[in-house]
Write a protein that binds this ligand. Structure first.
Ligand code: NAD
Ligand code: ZN
Ligand code: ZN
Length: 345
């Protein structure tokens, strides 16, 4: 079969690889579409990431092609989504429903295994997956559903952890309206009564933000913080989601968060801020709670699928053939993909 693999740091190739053999508790899924996440770009360029000859793709949906001997509850031909978090399922955080921070992931800063970032992912004709990591999609189209597994899941988790600040009358700022941000906007619109401000460095992305529920849109520049504060009587946004995480957006996020606000860092752009434990040099107002939000739980995943089934959220896609996958990476890096790029084998 054909697969898009990392050959070495910075080098991609679409090449022939064997169709995976499945074990008794596994399922062979014929991929219908695989989303391309900005994390794939980070991984591609990271010299630290030891994954040569690995198939990328952690946002995968498709049809069940073959069932392992012990698998029950799934049928051949059924449309399924591959859940991102391949956690152990039995440790204390897992049984508490916090499988995204599974103890057995391998340390305080580790992530549970996920497809395309260790095990082979979905940018291929087939992927093998343990049956328990599959979510039935019902009538949802698997060509475009893959990004529900991260671009949908990850904002849902960050938003679910900030609901106490997303009451009607509150203001929320979404920084970065790419794959994650455009889904985050729709989830906020569908599930909260908050006023939504969207911020991006690209006018094209702000147009997408207006289509997907933003009440106000601002280009990110030196005046953005002042504009957000002016809209909120100088108080700031009750919740801020930074889906970029570069230094300018981290700075902006800390400048616009309101007292007692929920500050959620999701983007992995390498920015940082200093916490100062005194009033003179403090970088954030009183009461702010800060979370470094990773992925989402199985429960968050179900909620995302249900919202999609109700037609309340949908992935805006630009589709590429798997053979054109390297072009899709280039377009994502150039910032010209609206919503999410999908590779279709
Ligand atoms: P994307 O490329 O689709 O979107 C990024 C958006 O940010 C684009 O719209 C771009 O125009 C905008 N942007 C870039 N620089 C900006 C700036 N200075 N100010 C304002 N906007 C700016 O990326 P994505 O796939 O949505 O991923 C976003 C980030 O989230 C990446 O860093 C990715 O690695 C990370 N991520 C984190 C998790 C997690 O669990 N924490 C999960 C998935 C992705
Ligand atoms: Zn991702
Ligand atoms: Zn666990």
């Amino acid at each position: 079969m054909r697969a898009l693999q990392i050959v070495s740091a910075g080098v991609l190739e679409v090449r022939d690889v064997p169709v995976p053999e499945i074990g008794p508790d596994e399922v062979l899924v014929k991929v219908a579409g695989a989303g391309l996440c900005h994390s794939d770009v980070h991984v591609l360029h990271s010299p630290e990431w030891p994954l040569p000859n690995m198939t990328l793709g952690h946002e995968t949906a498709g049809h069940v092609a073959k069932l392992g001997n012990d698998v029950t509850g799934l049928a051949e031909g059924e449309a399924v989504l591959v859940y991102l978090v391949w956690a152990c399922g039995v440790c204390r955080p897992c049984i508490e429903g916090r499988d995204n921070v599974c103890i057995n992931a391998g340390g305080r800063d580790a992530m549970p295994p996920c497809p395309g970032l260790g095990p082979d992912g979905g940018m291929a004709e087939y992927i093998k997956v343990k049956a328990r990591y599959l979510e039935p999609l019902g009538d949802l189209d698997p060509v475009t559903a893959g990004p529900l597994a991260d671009a949908g899941l990850t904002p849902m988790h960050a938003i679910n952890g900030a609901r106490h600040r997303l009451t009607p009358g509150s203001t929320v700022a979404v920084i970065g309206v790419g794959g994650l941000g455009h889904m985050g906007l729709q989830i906020l619109k569908a599930t909260t009564g908050a006023r939504i401000i969207a911020i991006d460095s690209s006018e094209q992305k702000l147009e997408i933000a207006r289509e997907h529920g933003a009440d106000e849109t601002f280009l990110s520049d030196s005046d953005t913080a002042a504009k957000v504060l002016a809209l909120t009587d100088g108080y700031g946004a009750d919740a801020v989601f930074d889906f970029v995480g570069v230094q300018p957006t981290v700075d902006l996020a800390t400048k616009i968060i309101a007292p007692d606000g929920a500050l959620r860092f999701v983007g992995l752009g390498g920015g940082s801020f200093t916490y100062a434990a005194d009033s003179l040099t403090s970088t954030i107002p009183w009461g702010v709670d800060v979370r470094r939000s990773y992925g989402g739980t199985r429960s968050d995943q179900r909620q995302v699928i249900e919202l999609a089934k109700l037609g309340k959220i949908s992935v805006e896609t630009k589709q590429y053939s798997l053979e054109d996958g390297i072009q899709a990476f280039a377009d994502l890096e150039a910032g010209i993909v609206p919503g999410r790029a999908i590779l279709v084998p």
